[in-house]
Design a protein around this ligand. Sequence first.
Ligand code: FES
Length: 386
Amino acid sequence: MDIKEFMGQVDGFTEAVGERETLKRVFGDLSIPKNFAQDYIKLLHPKKTAVTVTDIFSETASSKTFRLAPLDGYLPPFRAGQYVNWEVTIGNVKTGRALSISSPPHQRGFYELTIRKMEPGFVSQYLIDTVKVGDDFFISGPAGFFYHEPLTDGKDLVFIAGGSGVTPFRSIIREVTERGLDMRIWLIYGTRTTDDVIFGEQLSAVADRHKNIRYELVVSEPDSNYAGTAGFITGDVIKKCVGDVKGKTFYLCGPEMMYRFVQPELIKLGVPGRRIKKESSGPPPDVTKEPGWPTGITADALFSVIVNGEHTIKARAGEPLMIALERAGLVVPNQCRSGECSLCRTKIVRGDTYMPDRVPVREADRWYNYVHSCMAYPISDLEIRY
Ligand code: FES
C-alpha cells in the first residue's frame, strides 16, 4: 500500500482534499510555497552580499569612510550598532576585517564603513591606501549584539568611545535623531589628539541641534590651543558629563586598553555590570603584553602547524592562528574576527595555544580543546583540525 492509498483510508481525508480544491478554485492557491522559510531567511540574512564602492570620504589623516552599495540592488536590514565582515584579497591572501556600520539602518541604499589605519594592520592599510571607487567586494551579512535593546537598556544611554570605536555610535545617534526616537544619549569620546577625532564636526552639530544628544570630547594629549576636557575618561569625567548613573546603560566601544581603564571607573561609580555593554575589540596590538602570556615566548617565535592532516604551515606566536592559516591560503569560516561568533572554532589535536581570558569559549569546547582561531595564538608546535 502506498501513502496515497493509506491516506485515502483515513476518515475525512478525501473530504478534506476536496474542500482544499474548492478553496483553491474560489480564493486561489494560498498554500505556502516549498522552501518559503529558507528563501525568506536567506533574503534577510544572506551569508554574503556583493557590493561596490560608490564613494570614499576622508575623515582624518588616517581614517576614511567607504560607502558600499549592493551590486544586485539589495542590502539586508541591520540594527544600529551591528557590523559586517569585509572580505579582501591582498596578494594571495584572502582575509577580512569586521567593521561596524557607521550609517543608520533606515538608510537602505548603502552601508558606510569607517576604518582607521592601524600599525601594524595589513588589512586596514590595504583598505585605506588601495581601495578606490568602483572596486567590488563581498561583505558578510550584518551581525553582532552591540545594539540598543529597549526591554533591558532603557532610554538613557551613555556611549563611551575610543578612537574608531565611535563608528557604531554614529549609526545609533543618526537613527535616534533622524527618526525622532524618544531616547537621551551622552557620547563621551576619547582620542589621543584633536586630529584623531572622527566625525567631530557632525557630532558637534547634531548635539547643537538636538536637546537629547550631549557630546563630550576627551583628549589625552591635547595641544596648547585645546580648551576642552583633557586626560582620560575617568569616573569624575563621566560623572560630570552624565550626572547620576542610576537607570542609565553604558555602551563601550574602543580598544581593550580603554575597557580595562573605564570599566573599573564605572563599577566605582556604582554602575551594575548588567548595565555595561562592550563591543568586542578584536586581536590585541601586542598579545605578548596580555595577562597570562607565557614568559619566554617572543612574538616572533615560529611554530609548525599541521592542518587537517594535509598541510604543514609556519605560524608566528604574535599572530592569531587564523591569520597564519590565511597567509598559507587556508580560509577558516569567520565573521567577527574577535572571538565572539565561534564560526572559526578549531580543534587543537596536539600542542598549546594562548587565548586572552575575555574570549567567550563554551565550557564543553574547553574540555575538548576547541579554540577560536581568530583569537588563539600558537605557543608550541601544533596539530589542528577545522
Ligand atoms: S571569527 Fe568569530 S569567533 Fe572567530
